[in-house]
Design a protein around this ligand. Structure first.
Ligand code: FE2
Length: 384
């Protein structure tokens, strides 16, 4: 990562850097000025930017550029402002690297799609270990980031214990279902989740915007026949649909579906979002799939609706394919967490004999990923 050569071009509006080994990257003067690391531009304590885009002259350009002791020393006109950049920082933040070649539905490097044969690698760790061993916690959080699912074992079998799982990394997202909710057989249930019926694999609460990005399901009793939990990687399903039927994938990502929940007094939750969500640059970022709460879909043109429904059906068939699912029976004191923007969960039907009592709650990925990033940084610094 040693800088070897710098050249200003285009009247100071651009800069080309060459590192040892031949790597090259161009930068814009405006980008470099906006990302200056000096104490007038960035607060030294918290790293927050102290200037707005309007504080940077519109005609910003580079007046000079020199390499000195592993740094790039720049002077910006017309401010006559001098700024120093670290050569490694510049290499890490280079953006001149052909992003345009990415295919629709590309995945972030930290995400690894899986199917049924991943079963043996489903990450699991005892609750007390995760609470006391930061290395174990970091691995577990990284598994949630990578796989979108992980288990916790050997927890207490007392009501509310699931809050300890959320407490490993962040905060519960309270909803109209409460701080947490009970999943057990009920007479006259307000939601089908509270009966003994099997449920098709789904993401939870697609009718919320924003959707809860994590769900924790915690087992307190499970002596009923059946009632196994199933998880399916929605990203793997979407990728398979794209391979089989690129147009179907496009339809489910291009048009919004609608979702709705109105099962309780005073609650009318509605959202308008696609079943397969892509970022504007094609990154696959979210799945919403829930037969119970899909509302009439009215945002697909008439001429495309037949094909849309065919794609929706095929997506559901892939979801239901046992080759896609990992299945396990939760024992009392065990729980699992899913990335609710990616991994679908289900349960097989169970009979009235014995009992099945789970508690569930929602939380959010921002807290989980923040805890993971902070732990990773601390460990990296300790190793250096
Ligand atoms: Fe659910």
């Amino acid at each position: 990562m040693t800088l070897e050569h710098v050249a200003i071009f285009n009247d100071g509006q651009g800069l080309e850097l060459t590192w040892q080994g031949g790597r090259r990257a161009r930068f814009h003067a405006i980008w470099l000025r906006d990302n200056a690391q000096d104490p007038e531009t960035r607060a030294p304590g918290n790293g927050q930017r102290l200037i707005t885009i309007g504080d940077i002259p519109a005609d910003t350009r580079l007046a000079s550029a020199d390499i000195e002791n592993g740094t790039l020393q720049l002077t910006f006109a017309p401010e006559n402002k001098q700024v120093v950049f670290d050569q490694v920082w510049l290499a890490q933040h280079a953006y001149d690297c052909g992003h345009a070649a990415r295919a629709m539905g590309w995945l972030s490097d930290v995400v690894v799609p899986w199917t049924a044969d991943h079963q043996d690698q489903l990450h699991a760790a005892p609750l007390t270990q995760l609470q006391s061993d930061t290395q174990a916690l970091q691995s577990w959080l990284a598994a949630v980031q990578r796989d979108g699912v992980a288990k916790v074992t050997e927890g207490p079998t007392e009501s509310g214990a699931l809050l300890q799982v959320a407490g490993l990394f962040g905060f519960v997202r309270e909803t109209n279902y409460g701080r947490w909710f009970e999943v057990r057989t009920e007479v006259n249930p307000s939601n089908l989740a509270y009966t003994g019926l099997g449920l098709q694999a789904h993401t939870d609460n697609p009718y919320r915007d924003p959707v809860p990005t994590l769900q924790i399901l915690y087992c307190l009793e499970n002596s009923a026949e059946g009632g196994d939990s199933l998880v399916v990687d929605g990203f793997a399903v979407a990728q398979r649909l794209k391979e089989e039927d690129p147009h179907g994938f496009e339809l489910l990502s291009k048009y919004c579906a609608r979702f709705e929940y109105a099962g309780s007094d005073g609650v009318r939750l509605r959202s308008r979002r696609p079943m397969i969500e892509l970022a504007p640059d094609g990154e696959l970022i979210g799945i919403r799939f829930n037969n119970r709460s899909t509302a009439p879909i009215v945002d697909v043109p008439y001429d495309e609706m037949q094909a849309y429904y065919a794609a929706y059906r095929r997506f559901a068939e892939i979801v239901d394919d046992p080759a896609m699912a990992m299945a396990f029976k939760l024992e009392p004191g065990q729980s699992f967490i899913v990335d609710n923007t990616r991994v679908l969960h289900a349960r097989n039907g169970y009979s009235g004999a014995g009992s099945r009592w789970l508690q569930g709650c929602y939380a959010d990925k921002d807290g989980l990923l923040s805890t993971l990033a902070a732990l990773s940084e601390t460990r990296r610094e300790a190793a250096e």
